[in-house]
Ligand binder design. Sequence first.
Ligand code: R5P
Length: 282
Amino acid sequence: MKIIGAEHSQVLAAKTARILDAELLSAEFRSFPDGELYVRAEASGDELVIIGSVTNSDSLIQLLLLIDACEAEDLTLVIPYMGYARQDKKFRPGEPISARAVARALSQGTDRVFTINVHEETVLDHFTVPAENISIAESIGDYIRRMIPKNPLVLAPDEGAADFAADVAKSAGCEYDHLQKTRLSGTEVNIAPKNIDAKGRSVIIVDDIISTGGTLAMAAGMLREQGAAEVHAACVHGVFTNGGYARLASANIRSIAASDTIESGASRISAAESIAAALKQR
Ligand code: R5P
């Protein structure tokens, strides 16, 4: 098996290749003077794996070009972060189902696809090749156990993320709950854990994506008011758009961790072990 990483997934590709003892291929990425992207990869073989996140429109084009450049008998595409997945339905008439458009395009020329904690698993149905989602909840749980050894409380920011929080907490060996929003008046809302008192606890809020950080910053402020001893944040995909990281850091969140599905200085958790395990089993 040979592994090749897209430009912004190089570290994750290298880590995965090391775990699998697979050959790591390199590629050239640049752009033409008019802004069009150029990719060159001498990538051929029986079994090839491309690892590339879609973090913006350029990385999507780059991935399409990389797939086209590869000459393999069997091509697996790992999409650690699948951007555009949040537009998974027509919210208003006339809108595209962006997740479907991206999934269809990335299916061309590949034999199978893996995503990591994709926003909604129903998105997998839009790929025209077999597609599977990998959860790195266990790795996030391991990180929490090392980071907060004394009785942490894992919290999901809403009910939708409660199952993910449950998986994380199982691996961390601790309690979990989800935050519930109660409207107090036309202008006031209270956000508190549904069942467990956060007073005096080290709380870690976990979510699939941190984008602007708005959801977590508000929750952290409320938890501090409710007497939480300290608040931490961890997510799979650290998008941190629009000053998102700084928004959390200035909201008194003690630590902020993301995985390397989007490589950044906040990538303290790696998806490599989970990707390697999935590739071994396929
Ligand atoms: C929403 O469905 C996701 O799970 C995240 O909660 C959301 O993307 C976070 O967004 P933000 O960081 O901008 O509040």
